[in-house]
Design a binder for this molecule. Structure first.
Ligand code: ARG
Length: 342
């Protein structure tokens, strides 16, 4: 196909355009507090890849690249084939490259991460036999190659770094059996540059502790651990006004930061990252650029008002290039669509 011809309604980015476009898309991400390092994004150009097997192999390679020395995490994006008229690029149906299964229990309730019940059930329908049944079973990747049905692929264990969550003081904490994966790698967002859409373009940064300690492990529709943490700490849960939830949250977040530090795995905290974000704003403004930001995503879910990002407002401008959610991609990642294909 002659990509240079406008007849086909498509064109091909130069490698330089792809690299700069992916970095700009990060700089433009209004929900991301970690944008100070947008220039450091490493771009792996795999635009020749359209088949599910090759996407799966490259996704594992992406995760190895992201933690190449085993500990220090680097921001990486792998860009697969774009959508072209009449020829969609490949798709990764998972929300992130590494996520934990959520198994619905017959009597109600979920073992694992309730957020991933849909994709877990979908992987099972595609033939995944399921994991050992723990609360932290790593999901397989569900990938749809160009001109193909979705298929599942196990992630090689050496591509998945995990951190057991311990508490700096409470010896009984380990009985909770908590862990989390080291690398957050969003896989369900489309990278859009100059009208070209790359539907499979997984990207990662490193974690901020609160994402795990104040959301993934704490939200009542996720691992919902505050009651169990409060019990372990011997807090009075009879009244909200004892602030048992708040105290449990703080200890859970201390445990997350302590554990990543102990394991030597890169993780930022919400105080540091809030300061860095203001540095980023200052730098951008000194270059005459306004920074689009969404207050409700930028302010950390723990101790918001103790961080400087709370005490101001932001421009809500949306810019391209961008990482965008497409409605059908969201439905796929939740396992709400795709039955016809399976
Ligand atoms: N909040 C998401 C999670 O806990 C990850 C989002 C991206 N985070 C990041 N630090 N790059 O899994």
């Amino acid at each position: 196909m002659d990509w240079a011809s406008p007849v086909y309604g498509a064109y091909r980015h130069t490698p330089e355009e792809l690299v700069f476009g992916a970095r700009l898309a990060w700089r433009n991400a209004a929900r991301c507090i970690g944008r100070l390092y947008w220039r450091s994004l490493r771009v792996i150009d795999r635009r020749e890849v359209t088949g599910a097997d090759d996407v799966a192999a490259a996704a594992a390679e992406h995760l190895r690249e992201a933690v190449r020395d085993g500990r220090r995490i680097r921001p990486v994006i792998t860009v697969f084939a774009p959508d072209a008229p009449g020829r969609p690029g490949p798709r990764i149906w998972n929300e992130q490259l590494i996520r934990y299964a959520g198994y619905e229990r017959p009597g109600g309730g979920v073992t694992g991460d309730p957020r991933n019940v849909g994709i877990t059930a979908l992987a099972r329908r595609l033939g995944w036999p399921g994991g050992p049944g723990s609360a932290f079973d790593v999901l397989p990747l569900v990938i749809q190659g160009t001109d193909d049905k979705p298929r599942w692929f196990r992630l090689p264990p050496d591509a998945v770094l995990e951190v057991p969550i311990e508490h700096p003081e409470h010896p009984r904490w380990a009985s909770l059996g908590l862990r989390w994966h080291a690398v957050p790698a969003i896989a369900c967002m489309c990278l859009e540059i100059g009208g070209v859409c790359y539907p499979a373009a997984p990207f990662n940064g490193w974690y901020m502790g609160t994402e795990i300690g104040a959301r993934n492990l704490a939200d009542s529709d996720r691992y919902d651990l505050l009651p169990r943490v409060a019990e372990l700490l011997g807090l009075d849960t009879a009244s909200d006004r004892s602030l048992w939830k708040d105290r449990a949250l703080v200890e859970l977040n201390r445990a997350v930061l302590h554990s990543f530090d102990r394991a030597g795995v890169t993780m930022t905290d919400h105080h540091t990252e809030s300061r860095r974000f203001l540095t980023h704003l200052g730098r951008e403004e000194s270059k005459g650029r306004t920074v689009g930001a969404d207050w409700s995503w930028i302010v950390p879910p723990l101790s918001g008002s103790a961080t400087p990002v709370f005490h101001r407002t932001y421009d809500t401008v949306e810019r391209h290039p961008a990482y965008v959610h497409h409605p059908e991609a969201l439905a796929r990642t939740r396992g709400e669509s795709g039955d016809a294909l399976v």
